[in-house]
Design a protein around this ligand. Structure first.
Ligand code: ADP
Length: 254
């Protein structure tokens, strides 16, 4: 097994003149559930784009599964659910099955019919997110929370080892968000999937993750959520009394 899923060393990134990431070092170990937190504009999305190879920093290195991101080709190992995952409107003419199949374009090719094994992958992914019975439904008829599950299924269908989610519960009601986080915890615990979750909702996030990374141009903290909770300055800075939440859930001795 790889020693790390993501290994970022001395990464700096600037858009023209503004330095957005400054000397960031971050290693994500296999099987962890890392919550990336930071205020608006702190560089979270930029960091994700560097991990996904969408931005090419001049300084520092990003390695994915022990390979430099510039040479990395096994993109099916990484699933990504973006904040801007477009919600489909009611008239959108595609079924849930078709939308999830899009996650297999790399394997099937555009405009080809999925083979039996691909159909099996789609149903397995839908089963994991609890939406198997919706396969033949038009995607646009589903609620925001249900569509978000479908986006997860689309990311899972290529059987990734790392799933990256950028603010996935924006616009989803509190009840659906709770189910969604439960699903992520299950993917991590039962399927061993490594998760990187970006969220401004530090309180909810710290209930589920194993580790927390706090970004604001620099990486201010990276460690277990228990260590994060024991640092009241940090947890207050990032918006919540995390100590209280972690104690409430009995995960740290009071
Ligand atoms: P976050 O995801 O934490 O909100 P971002 O990574 O989106 O932060 O943005 C970090 C900073 O970089 C912000 O000040 C933002 O305005 C700036 N920024 C983001 N994208 C661009 C871009 N394409 N060109 C110039 N500046 C950008």
């Amino acid at each position: 097994m790889e020693s790390s899923v993501v290994d970022i060393q001395q990464l700096s990134y600037r858009y023209e003149r503004s330095l957005v990431l400054d000397d960031v070092n971050l290693t994500i170990r296999p099987g962890s559930f890392l919550g990336l937190v930071g205020p608006n504009g702190s560089g979270k999305s930029t960091l994700i784009k560097c991990i996904l190879g969408l931005l090419k920093p001049k300084d520092g290195s990003v390695r994915l599964f022990d390979t430099d991101v510039g040479d990395f080709t096994n993109w099916e190992k990484i699933g990504y659910v973006s904040q801007k995952a477009n919600r489909f409107n009611a008239g959108f003419p595609a079924t849930v099955f078709e939308v999830v199949s899009m996650g297999l374009f790399g394997q099937i090719g555009l405009f080809r019919f999925p083979k039996k094994k691909h159909r099996t992958y789609v149903y397995e992914a839908l089963d994991i997110v609890g939406m198997k019975d919706f396969a033949r439904q038009p995607i646009g008829r589903l609620s925001g929370g249900q569509q978000q599950r479908i986006f997860i299924a689309r990311a899972l269908v290529s059987q990734p080892q790392l799933l990256i989610l950028d603010e996935p519960t924006v616009g989803v009601d509190a009840n659906a968000a709770q189910h969604f986080y439960d699903l992520l915890a299950r993917l991590n615990n039962e399927h061993g999937l490594t998760l990187l979750l970006v969220s401004h909702d530090v309180g909810t996030l710290t209930r589920y993750v194993s580790d927390v990374a706090c970004l604001n141009q620099h990486l201010h903290f990276h460690g277990s959520k228990e260590a994060f909770a024991k640092n009241p300055d940090l947890s207050a800075l990032y918006g919540h009394d995390v100590q209280h939440i972690v104690h409430e859930h009995g995960e740290v001795a009071p």
